[in-house]
Write a protein that binds this ligand. Structure first.
Ligand SMILES: [Zn+2]
Length: 153
């Protein structure tokens, strides 16, 4: 690795650790921009806070409870078919997928769902068209995530 680091230092004019540090700084900056846009969203505050939990994977899903040491047989609370993870619950569950599909068919949007909620929100925020349209576009994931959990109760 030292040889590779030296080669990179020579090739790029700075060390690999500097490159990693710059990448981290850029990722932090992207996160700050993302969260600024989420907090400016027109959704109610409780929905924005819920979004924060979803994207940070901090909500009490069965995945989180297992990581905290609870012994449970994990099953999706929405479909009951597979293990309940953050990504399953908010992106890939058949119940949640129906909400996403409904939105995509209504808007003629072609979309490939990413693996994680943070990836989806990062991509989603950058789209939306005009300023007026972006305001409504940006509320969609928040509404779908909120509805997927609230709609089940
Ligand atoms: Zn499910």
């Amino acid at each position: 690795m030292e040889g590779f680091d030296s080669m990179m230092r020579i090739a790029m004019g700075y060390s690999l650790s500097t490159a990693y540090r710059l990448t981290d700084m850029q990722q932090n900056r992207n996160q700050q921009i993302l969260w600024r846009k989420v907090w400016k969203n027109i959704a109610p505050t409780k929905v924005k806070c819920f979004t924060w939990l979803v994207v940070r994977r901090a909500g009490l899903t069965q995945e989180v409870l297992k990581k905290k040491g609870q012994i449970i047989v994990s099953r999706s609370q929405l479909c009951g078919k597979t293990e309940e993870t953050n990504s399953h619950l908010f992106l890939h569950c058949s119940f949640t997928s129906q909400l996403w599909s409904l939105f995509f068919s209504l808007t003629n949007t072609i979309w490939t769902t990413p693996e994680h909620t943070a990836d989806l929100l990062g991509c989603w925020i950058r789209r939306g068209g005009s300023k007026r349209r972006k305001k409504w576009w940006r509320i969609i994931p928040l509404c779908i995530w909120w509805t997927s959990v609230e709609g089940k109760e």
